[in-house]
Design a protein around this ligand. Structure first.
Ligand code: 9MR
Length: 355
């Protein structure tokens, strides 16, 4: 049994209260199938269009994260409006099914609305940034377990460990865009877990190892500056053709934990675009990559939060972005297109049973 930290205790207590208030909401037989700490990302569109998706999430998961609904474009049609309805609908789904929800994402180089990019003066950009983060985190105070505060701050192929991604926010706020986001979020909700989140740091390839080193350097720098950073997200958009750097990754995670940080797997899936062979052969390689990843990140203790970016192959960004040349559907997620579990799900079960 794992020790819960204060944030998880508070949210867990609220979830337990909600569960006891509506004890019949989720049948015990379904609760028994859940993988502790396992969750999936979903869009409201997919949840509304296909009841099988919500059914699968409530069968296998204990948490959910919105793919789009907490990003700037969906929340902020203009400078004066906050549009929480769609994210709230996912939160309602979570509550109805005794799931916790995490938040994604507050400060990102991507998905910045045009009205924001049109602000030309630094003070105006800072006002919009602080207003957005403060308002959104306050609105969801005590309702979410964690937030991806800063997403993808490291460039691909960094040349030095001090390289940072050049973003609209950097152009106006300099390197303070990252500490400012965390401090604003912490002021708005002192108990929610605040995470930084990054991709392409898991595999054994020079550019990934360089990216991990720059990520590590940024994390150290934030901690040195007293920035309220509580957790590090490994997105884990894996590439099936690349081996996981099990040794390097285990070392990194162990070090992060020694600094008092929690480690979260936030967006796991496996791009199988380059794999040949039968679906069963491809599924076995996908499961092996996931197994290697979770073995590495569990070396110094169980990972308490593993989220996949989607749950069924039917609803995955990989289909659009990394479509296969042979026109076969991609198989990046734990459930196939008909919502049947694949070997990927067995690996999830193995690594979540003690969480
Ligand atoms: O899967 C998401 C896709 O549907 C959106 O169009 C895109 C832009 O909002 O974001 C995708 O999710 C990304 C996530 O937010 C951050 N890490 C990479 C994910 C896949 O691109």
């Amino acid at each position: 049994m794992l020790k819960l930290d204060r944030r998880e205790f508070l949210i867990g207590g609220a979830a337990a209260l909600a569960a006891s208030a509506s004890a019949s909401a989720v049948p015990a037989s379904k609760l028994a199938q859940r993988r502790p700490g396992f969750g999936a990302a979903a869009t409201l569109w997919d949840l509304q269009a296909d009841p099988r998706l919500g059914e699968a999430i409530s069968t296998y998961c204990t948490q959910v994260v919105p793919v789009l609904e907490l990003k700037w474009p969906m929340l902020r049609p203009n400078a004066h409006t906050f549009n929480f309805e769609r994210a709230d609908a996912i939160l309602d789904f979570a509550r109805d099914n005794d799931l916790t929800m995490r938040g994604h994402t507050l400060a990102w180089y991507h998905d910045i609305p045009d009205w924001t990019k049109q602000i030309k003066d630094t003070k105006g950009v800072e006002r919009a940034y602080v207003d957005h983060i403060g308002t959104v985190v306050s609105y969801y105070k005590d309702k979410l377990t964690s937030w991806d505060v800063v997403n993808e701050p490291i460039p691909d192929n960094p040349k030095k460990i001090t390289d940072r991604r050049d973003t609209f926010w950097t152009q106006h706020l300099g390197s303070n865009w990252i500490p400012l986001a965390f401090r604003t979020a912490a002021a708005a909700d002192p108990f929610v877990k605040l995470a930084i989140n990054e991709y392409d740091i898991e595999s054994a390839k020079d550019s990934f190892i360089a990216k991990r080193a720059a990520y590590r350097n940024l994390i150290m720098d934030l901690l040195d500056r007293g920035v309220p950073l509580h957790a590090v997200g490994l997105q884990s958009h894996l590439h099936a053709e690349l081996e996981i750097d099990t040794h390097g990754l285990a070392e990194f995670v162990t070090e992060l934990r020694s600094w008092g940080l929690d480690v979260l797997v936030t967006e796991l899936d496996v791009d199988d675009q380059k794999l040949t062979g039968s679906p069963a052969e491809r599924d076995a390689i996908v499961a092996k990559r996931v197994n290697d990843l979770l073995t590495a990140v569990s070396t110094s203790g169980p990972v308490r939060s593993i989220l996949t970016w989607g749950l069924s192959d039917r609803y995955s960004w990989i289909n659009g972005t990394f479509a296969r040349a042979d026109k076969q559907p991609n198989r990046p997620l734990p459930l196939d297109g008909e919502f049947k579990p694949k070997p990927f799900m067995d690996v999830i079960s193995k690594f979540t049973r003690d969480a």
